[in-house]
Design a protein around this ligand. Structure first.
Ligand SMILES: [Zn+2]
Length: 409
C-alpha cells in the first residue's frame, strides 16, 4: 500500500498516508493521540487504523501508560512490511545497505572507489548487489520500496543527476543516476547529498531527537557538513554542492588550497593536508617511527599516521594538533552562525584519532566560552559511523513516499 502513496490521491488515501506517516514518526502511539494529531473524526480515524492493520502496514504493539482509565493499545509500523535500499557514494567507497522499515541493516556490500570505478562499474555493482542481497534474504523486488542514494555533490536532485564530482575515476560527469537505476531495477529512487542523509540518519536517533539545532561534520579526504535548524534538515541549494566547510578560510595569509584560494580549512585539516605535512616534516629530518615503517615516505598511509599518533609519536602528534587547531577555529566560526546544541564530528579523522577529536573541541571551546558562557554544546562522534549516509538515504526514500516531494524517480 505504501507504493500507492505517491501521485494523485483520493481523500481517503491522503488520510491513510498521513496516519501511516504519523505512526512512523511517533510509534508506538495510541489511537487517541493519532486522533489528536490528525484532527480526523474519531470513528473515521479508528476505521482507517484498522485498514492499515488489515493491509499489514501497522501492528498493535502492546499497551501504553494509562492516564486514569484502561491502558491504551499502542500502534507501530510493521518493520518487515517492506524493505528499503540505502546507497552511499563517496570518494572512498560505494556502500549498499538493505534495511527494514526500522532502518535496521539486514545485509550490506561495499566497493572501494579507485581509478577503475567509473559510473558503469559502480552502477553494475549496485544492481548486482541488490539482486544478490534479495536472493540471500529470500526477498523479491516487490518487497522493496525503492533505493535512496546519498552522494558526493554537486548534484541536480530534481533530475536525479550527479554533475561533476571529484572522483578517482574518470567519467563522472552529468550521470543520470536515478533514471538509470530506476530503469535497470524497476524501482523508485531518490538522490540527496550524502552529508544531508547522514545528518538526517543521526538526527533520527533517540539520543539526538531532543536537540533543535545540530551541526554534523564528516571529515576525511574532504569535509562535508549537514545542518538541522529548528528541528528540520537544511537541504541547501541544488547544483551548488552541499553546505560545506572545507573551503571556509581560517587564515587569510595561509597555505594555497586545491580550490585556488588561500588559507581554507581543507589545506590544513583534511587527510591529504595531514599526509602532506607529515611527508614535508620527515623530509626535513624530524625523528618519527613513521620513518622506520616506510622506505618511501611518500607512501605513508592515513592508518599508519593514526597508529603513530596512538603510539605517542611526538612528531605525528604535533602535526595532528596543528591540523586540529585550524578545524577548531572553523568550528567556532560555525557556532557563531548557527548556535547548535549538538555537534556531531564524524568521519575517519574524528573516529580514528582521539587526539584530533579532542583538540578540535578544546580549541573551539576555548574560543567560545568567554563569549557565550551560558551556551552549552554537546559533542559526539555520532552513533552510526560510516553507515550514516547510506542509512539516511534509505530514510530519505521513505520520507519522499510520505511527503509530497515530486523528485522521486
Ligand atoms: Zn579551498
Amino acid at each position: 500500500m505504501i507504493k500507492q502513496f505517491t501521485g494523485i490521491l483520493s481523500q481517503k488515501d491522503k488520510s491513510l498516508k498521513e496516519l501511516y506517516s504519523l505512526i512512523t514518526e511517533h510509534g508506538p502511539v495510541s489511537r487517541t493521540d493519532l486522533v489528536k494529531y490528525t484532527g480526523i473524526k474519531q470513528t473515521t480515524c479508528f476505521r482507517l487504523i484498522d485498514e492499515l492493520i488489515q493491509s499489514e502496514l501497522v501492528i498493535e504493539s502492546g499497551y501504553g501508560q494509562s492516564s486514569g482509565g484502561r491502558k491504551p493499545i499502542m500502534y507501530e509500523v510493521k518493520v518487515d512490511a517492506y524493505y528499503v535500499i540505502g546507497i552511499d557514494i563517496s570518494t572512498t567507497h560505494t556502500k549498499v545497505l538493505l534495511m527494514d522499515l526500522a532502518f535496521s541493516i539486514i545485509d550490506e556490500e561495499s566497493l572501494t572507489m579507485d581509478e577503475t570505478t567509473t559510473p558503469d562499474v559502480v552502477i553494475e555493482f549496485i544492481v548486482s548487489c541488490i539482486h544478490t542481497m534479495l536472493q540471500r534474504q529470500r526477498l523479491t523486488m516487490n518487497d522493496i520500496l525503492g533505493a535512496g542514494i546519498g552522494a558526493i555533490g554537486p548534484l541536480d536532485r530534481e533530475k536525479g543527476m550527479i554533475l561533476n564530482p571529484i572522483f578517482p575515476s574518470p567519467g563522472w560527469k552529468d550521470v543520470h543516476l536515478c533514471q538509470i537505476l530506476s530503469e535497470k531495477l524497476n524501482i523508485k529512487t531518490v538522490l540527496e547529498y550524502g552529508s544531508n542523509t547522514a545528518t538526517l540518519a543521526e538526527y533520527q536517533q533517540d539520543a539526538f531527537k531532543k536537540y533543535q539545532n545540530v551541526i554534523n561534520i564528516l571529515k576525511g579526504d574532504g569535509i562535508r557538513n549537514g545542518l538541522i535548524i529548528d528541528g528540520h534538515l537544511v537541504q541547501g541549494a541544488d547544483k551548488l554542492g552541499a553546505f560545506g566547510q572545507g573551503h571556509m578560510i581560517v587564515d587569510i595569509h595561509g597555505r594555497k588550497c586545491v580550490c585556488g584560494a588561500y588559507g581554507c580549512i581543507h589545506a590544513y585539516s583534511s587527510i591529504p593536508a595531514i599526509q602532506s605535512e607529515i611527508v614535508k616534516g620527515l623530509k626535513r629530518g624530524y625523528p618519527s617511527v613513521l620513518r622506520e615503517w616506510r622506505i618511501n615516505i611518500e607512501e605513508i598511509t592515513f592508518e599508519e599516521i593514526c597508529q603513530a599518533v596512538n603510539e605517542g609519536d611526538h612528531f605525528a602528534r604535533q602535526i595532528i594538533e596543528d591540523a586540529a587547531y585550524y578545524s577548531g577555529i572553523g568550528l567556532a566560526n560555525l557556532v557563531h552562525m548557527f548556535f547548535p546544541e549538538l555537534i556531531i564530528l564524524n568521519g575517519p579523522l574524528y573516529t580514528k584519532m582521539d587526539l584530533y577529536y579532542h583538540t578540535v573541541i578544546e580549541t573551539a571551546q576555548n574560543r567560545l566560552k568567554a563569549i557565550y558562557p551560558n551556551h552549552e554544546i554537546v559533542f559526539s562522534k555520532g552513533l552510526l559511523g560510516e553507515n550514516a549516509s547510506a542509512i539516511g538515504a534509505g530514510r530519505m526514500l521513505l520520507h519522499y513516499y510520505l511527503t509530497d516531494r515530486s523528485t522521486i524517480f
